[in-house]
Design a protein. Structure first.
Length: 309
């Protein structure tokens, strides 16, 4: 049994993510889309504390609307704990406490970070000692973004986004994230993308099962060149997110005018990620946007995945 498992609780921190690049293929019969994406874990974290208990329970703090985060099996962290218990034949339960910092329904994978943190916390608390490969398999069963939250750093995701390959990223990239009180539903954004493509006559009869990330994006990450990376920022879901929330386009414009190199909708939105050339510029952009009544956060990446504190 691990040292962590002898304690009364285990505290795990997992990062939110942004999608530096997101290519989306056509919709398949199973409802899913092939993806080619580059995830980068950033310094905005979810904290999950696991304590011994006879049954499974969940509490959440750090959100204004308590009803925005379910406390039952609809919550990925709860599902992660129960999945681990089933996989390891653990007969007890766990009391999970989630302290949220990543925006809810913000396209930054906060729920996935909770799930990854819950897996790591319960594995340590219960002393189940799963291998990294087995943990990855369980994470992939919970959702496409969960394996990345487990590993962190920078990675290329293909398939449904859950087939990960680490991407070398040198140095530090500074981002200003502009969050929103009003979330966006991921299924709604994907549905809107399909509708927009259908109107443009761009729906393929047999969509490809896999896509590729452009080489210049990977080269920019490898060299640590923010200017080059700014030229490659792309999100196929952006048009759909902006259709649902036209104000997002204005936020990107304001950010660039304030000094950011470029910006994009992160994932399915509505969080906007603005890439800046250095920490000082990022702080200036943050100050300017806050003065305009927005809610900006200065973060950096890449950072590590789910870790025990």
């Amino acid at each position: 049994m691990s040292v962590a498992a002898t304690a009364g609780s285990v505290h795990v921190r997992a990062p939110g993510k942004i999608n530096v690049y997101l290519g989306v293929g056509g919709r398949h019969d199973d409802g899913y889309h092939a993806l080619a994406t580059v995830f980068q874990a950033v310094s905005l974290y979810e904290d999950v504390i696991a304590r011994h208990a006879d049954d499974f329970s969940l509490t959440v703090s750090g959100v204004e609307d308590v009803d925005s985060v379910p406390l039952d099996d609809r919550n990925l962290a709860m599902r992660a704990a129960k999945l681990l218990a089933t996989a390891t034949e653990y007969t007890g339960g766990v009391a999970l406490e989630i302290r949220k910092s990543v925006p809810v329904a913000g396209g930054m994978g906060g729920g996935s970070a909770d799930a990854a943190a819950a897996l790591v916390a319960c594995d340590a608390l219960w002393g189940t000692g799963l291998s990294p490969a087995r943990m990855h398999d369980l994470a992939a069963r919970l959702g496409a973004d969960v394996p990345f939250a487990l590993h962190g750093g920078t990675a290329v995701g293909t398939g449904r986004g859950d087939q990960l390959n680490p991407a070398l990223a040198r140095g530090r990239f500074d981002w200003v994230l502009v969050t929103s009180e009003e979330g966006l539903s991921t299924p709604v954004v994907y549905e809107r993308l399909d509708i927009l493509r259908g109107e443009e006559g761009a729906l393929a009869d047999d969509p490809p099962l896999s896509l590729d990330v452009p080489i210049p994006v990977l080269q920019a990450l490898r060299s640590g060149d923010a200017l080059q990376l700014a030229e490659g920022l792309f999100n196929d879901l952006q048009a759909a997110a902006v259709y649902e929330r036209p104000d997002l386009e204005d936020v990107i414009r304001r950010g660039v005018e304030a000094g950011a190199l470029q910006g994009l909708v992160s994932g399915s939105g509505p969080t906007i990620a603005l890439l800046c050339p250095d920490p000082e510029t990022a702080q200036d952009v943050q100050t300017t946007l806050r003065g305009a009544g927005l809610d900006p956060l200065h973060v950096h990446g890449p950072v590590a995945g789910a870790r025990i504190l």
